[in-house]
Ligand binder design. Structure first.
Ligand code: FAD
Length: 401
């Protein structure tokens, strides 16, 4: 059986590694390497553990993260027509310690290259070509590539958020299933701290992830929320200026889509058919709160490969994705609106400053160790959030998580 994998990001490389190690005939199509992907580059402990059998992630350029700083900047007196010097900036901040290995921030060029190299060492072939079209019929798969036509028995779509494979075998993502992440790479500055700065509009946060040699700073908004990419980037630039986080840096802009599924979509994922499987971003597997996608890309690449090796793959893979990712991403999507409400962020910021218990829960969330099924209960069980939440929910505003 010939297996074609379109895309050599984490999903495609992991699928290829698992398949090739078992002697399957695998060709990966991707002409982009070496390349840096627009990404925070945050790789959680669970993702590192998953690939420890294939790569030595310590040999990739990476920044071990020691702390996460939660921040909120509030401008007051900034109403229209008021002079900027009447504006005052209030800064609230709380720092969470992360244990060794909870999160590293990698160069995606190096991390992805290591995964691809491991797959090639295991026996997968790489065609450095872009797939320009694709047809699936009863007899197999035809791929049109920049190096000519190729045939395969099965195709794995691991070609990211704009997946051509997805567009040909299923439906493309609707606009309401995508977020746009935009911001700057701030070259020449780095640190060992990630910064998560809550903002009310769009509901979410601006992040700063210190990659080796630069900070990846960005903001994310739902594609249908009506925020122009330029306006979001200007907002990020303003935040960079206000915090002084990247003084003297050369700012390189970027923008890239991230799948961001609603709970309903996460429970009805489209991931496989008779001769095809979709993995990683192409399948929509990204946490809508933390934006962790690398773990889900790696894991789904592995599940796709294991399902193929066992035979009867289409339904087995769909069930595994639903069980191991779909339910969790659905819970995250349901949680999201409540999580980013100003009332909850108020409570959370205060609790992060005062409660070691809440800081531990947030450290686990960042490391990918805290599921959403019991996140709410773990937070409410802490004295500070429990107390504040009871006060909030007994008032008229009744914010819901
Ligand atoms: C700004 C931003 C910040 C993020 N930060 C984080 C983070 O800190 N941590 C985290 O876990 N996740 C993060 N994510 C999400 C993460 O980047 C993705 O979830 C992850 O890269 C998905 O891996 P993948 O293998 O599915 O796809 P990708 O990594 O996108 O790889 C797809 C590959 O397919 C190739 N390809 C595409 N089309 C074709 C074609 N037609 N033919 C051949 N090859 C093709 C591409 O060149 C690419 O190499 C972030 C995303 C963005 C946009």
């Amino acid at each position: 059986m010939d297996i074609a994998i379109v895309g050599a990001g984490p999903a495609g490389a992991r699928a290829a590694w698992v398949l090739a190690r078992q002697g399957a005939r695998v060709t990966i199509f991707d002409g982009s390497h070496p390349r840096e992907k627009p990404c925070g580059g945050g790789v959680t402990g669970r993702a590192l553990a998953l690939v420890a059998d294939a790569i030595d992630a310590t040999s990739c350029a990476r920044t071990p993260i020691h702390t996460a700083r939660f921040l909120r900047l509030r401008t007051s007196g900034a109403s229209a027509g008021q002079s900027p010097d009447r504006t005052s900036l209030t800064r609230e901040s709380a720092t969470v310690d992360l244990d060794r290995g909870a999160l590293v921030v990698t160069s995606r060029a190096e991390f992805d290259a290591a995964l691809l190299h491991a797959a090639q060492q295991a026996g997968a072939a790489l065609e450095p070509a872009r797939v320009t079209d694709l047809r699936v019929d009863a007899a197999g798969v035809t791929l049109e590539t920049t190096r000519g036509r190729r045939r395969a028995d099965i195709v794995i779509g691991a070609d990211g958020a704009n997946s051509l494979v997805r567009r040909r075998v299923a439906r493309p993502f609707r606009r309401d299933q995508l977020s746009i992440a935009t911001g700057f790479f701030a070259h020449g500055v780095t640190s060992t701290e990630i910064v998560i700065a809550f903002v009310a509009d769009p509901p979410g946060y601006i992040w700063s992830f210190p990659r080796p040699g630069h900070l990846a700073i960005g903001i994310c908004a739902e594609a249908t929320a009506g925020h122009a990419s330029e306006a979001l980037r200007a907002r990020t630039a303003e935040w960079i200026r206000a915090t002084g986080i990247a003084r003297g840096a050369r700012l390189e802009p970027y923008a890239w889509p991230i799948p961001s599924l609603a709970a309903r979509d996460a429970s009805e994922l489209t991931v496989s058919g008779t001769r095809w499987l979709l993995t990683g971003d192409a399948a929509g597997l990204v946490d809508p709160i933390t934006r962790e996608g690398i773990y889900f890309a790696l894991a789904s690449g592995q599940w796709a490969a294991e399902s193929l090796l066992r035979g009867g793959f289409a339904s087995a893979y769909a069930s595994r994705v639903a069980e191991e990712a779909g339910h969790e991403l659905g819970r995250a999507a349901r949680f999201k609106a409540g999580f980013f409400r100003p009332a909850f962020i108020n409570v959370l910021m205060r609790a992060l400053q005062q409660s070691a218990g809440v800081r531990v829960v947030m450290a686990d969330l960042i490391a990918g160790r805290q599921g959403y099924a019991d996140l709410k209960w773990r937070l409410l069980k802490t004295f500070e959030i429990g107390l504040a939440w009871r006060a909030l929910t007994s008032s008229s505003s009744r914010p819901a998580l």
